[in-house]
Design a protein around this ligand. Structure first.
Ligand code: ATP
Length: 457
């Protein structure tokens, strides 16, 4: 079977109402995308599955939905304001932007510590070692410039005065700053976790590859607060849970998933790894798991002047919990899910069909109602109207029944219900399974139960 390309996925998403280019009628707006009717459903179902696995099914995890706009001091504590000075340079040929220190470190295979180098030293090293653009292979660099990784907006004050406000580049700060609120109100005992799903905004240096790296995206992540001596055990258990989520709940092929330990750790981190997925452009990060020590709470304690200490209710010991973070992009997982589910199959009659083999509970439509002929519309509408109270359903009467089956195979609808002339007599319908293409006769009164059971499987 031919390898799936990113262009195919982009075209499929656009033509089937999953994802459209952002601001398309104005010529687009680079690296922004709008989710269409089917895309919204799939993404919501992915988010629901994540929340169910990590919040609903874990008694020690609490949800939060923090504000996107936060006190700018938060971003001083997190280190983002400081990193405004990261040394960036552009390739004049392909216009991609890179961190100069990363170029040096990669070229030297980490034998040179670029962190301590001045901009002039970095430029000289790049020149002397003839370091070329990793994207296009040319060597035509701009000078090193500062680049701001955060989007800046402002709050209008009196007159012309304005306060700088940042669009959050990560959601996790909302959990750290609410650590005490949530611990107190939920009477939570360490170890416990705070989870959030929400938008983040990053002025990415090299966005691209469709939804893989965009400037606005959703994160699904949690921060587990634990004792230092238990943090590695917690880290290991999230590695396994994160893998089992993408494999068993989302359905990604095991052969396309692997762990990747970080070569370089932040100075405060005890361990860090990614789960990578084999996307059409190769192995890339799908999610991250980090053992961050006490860095985050200690920074907020320092910058806010408020205590972040936790008192053990049994021993009265006061300590700063360690943080283990698990974070996955909803849009990036959406892309992996589509790439993984998109299959072209050869049928017995030598025809081919495209079928989106999504887990039934992730599918945009759970069921499609198809009258065999238009004059069965009244009965079919009755069936459709009873099903939409329970499931996202579609009603489709255009074209031959075969074409309608193919249309729904392609968008992943797990069940097609056909209303035929016998239905008028026996109040039964034919229900066809997307994957096996087998058909069964089911009483209309039994349909909701039948589909519900299959969705739980
Ligand atoms: P990367 O190395 O790919 O830039 P990161 O290490 O900066 O990612 P984190 O800050 O750990 O990523 O964010 C957690 C998750 O959020 C990532 O694993 C990814 O799934 C998602 N993510 C991060 N940046 C983007 C982006 N620009 N567009 C889409 N998803 C993103």
């Amino acid at each position: 079977m031919e390898e799936l390309t990113m262009q195919q996925i982009v075209a499929f998403c656009k033509s089937r109402g999953f994802v459209f280019p952002g601001s398309e009628i104005y010529g687009g707006f680079a690296n922004t995308w709008d989710f269409g009717p089917l895309g919204v459903e799939l993404k919501n179902n992915i988010k629901k599955a994540w929340w169910k696995t990590f919040v609903q099914e874990d008694a020690n995890t609490y949800g939060v939905d923090a504000a996107i706009l936060m006190n700018p001091r938060v971003w001083e504590a997190s280190g983002h304001v400081q990193s405004f000075g990261d040394p960036k340079m552009d390739c004049k040929v392909c216009k991609q932007r890179f961190r100069a220190d990363t170029l040096v470190e990669n070229h030297s295979k980490n034998t040179v510590s670029a962190e301590a180098m001045t901009n002039e030293e970095l430029e000289k090293y790049i020149e002397d070692h003839n370091i070329k653009c990793p994207n296009c292979g040319n060597k035509d660099w701009t000078q090193i410039r500062k680049f701001n990784p955060m989007f800046i907006t402002s709050r209008q004050m009196v007159g012309d005065e304005k306060d700088v406000v940042y669009l959050r580049p990560e959601t996790c700060q909302g959990e750290y700053i609410n650590f005490q609120n949530i611990q107190r109100t939920m009477r939570a005992k360490v170890p416990f976790a705070i989870a959030q799903i929400g938008k983040s905004f990053r002025n990415e240096i090299t966005p691209g590859n469709f939804l893989f790296r965009t400037v606005e995206f959703e994160q699904m992540e949690l921060q587990n607060f634990c004792k230092a001596e238990n943090s590695m055990e917690t880290y290991d258990s999230y590695k396994q849970k994160a893998l089992s989520f993408v494999k068993d709940v989302i359905g990604l092929d095991e052969t396309k998933l692997r762990f990747h330990d970080h070569d370089k750790l932040a100075h405060y981190a005890k361990a860090a790894c990614d789960i990578q997925y084999n996307f059409p452009m190769g192995w890339q990060e799908l999610n991250g798991i980090h053992n961050r020590g006490e860095w985050d709470l200690s920074r907020h304690q320092e910058f806010s002047g408020k205590t972040m200490l936790y008192t053990d209710p049994f021993t009265n010991e006061k300590f700063l919990p360690n943080v283990v973070e698990y974070s996955i992009g909803a849009d990036r997982l959406f892309l992996a899910t589509l790439c993984n589910a998109y299959k072209t199959e050869k049928l017995d009659n030598d025809e081919t069909r495209v079928v989106l083999k999504l887990k039934p509970y992730l599918a945009p439509f759970k069921v499609a109602v198809l009258p065999l002929q238009k004059n069965l519309g009244e009965k079919a509408s009755e069936v459709y109207n009873s099903l939409i109270k329970h499931f996202m359903a579609d009603y489709d009467e255009a074209g031959s029944i075969g074409k309608r089956y193919r249309r729904h195979d392609e968008i992943g609808t797990p069940f097609c219900v056909t209303v035929d002339f016998d239905t008028l007599e026996d109040n039964s319908v034919t229900i066809r399974d997307r994957d096996t293409m087998k058909q069964e006769r089911v009483k209309i009164a039994e349909l909701v139960n039948y589909i519900t059971k299959k969705l739980e499987a």
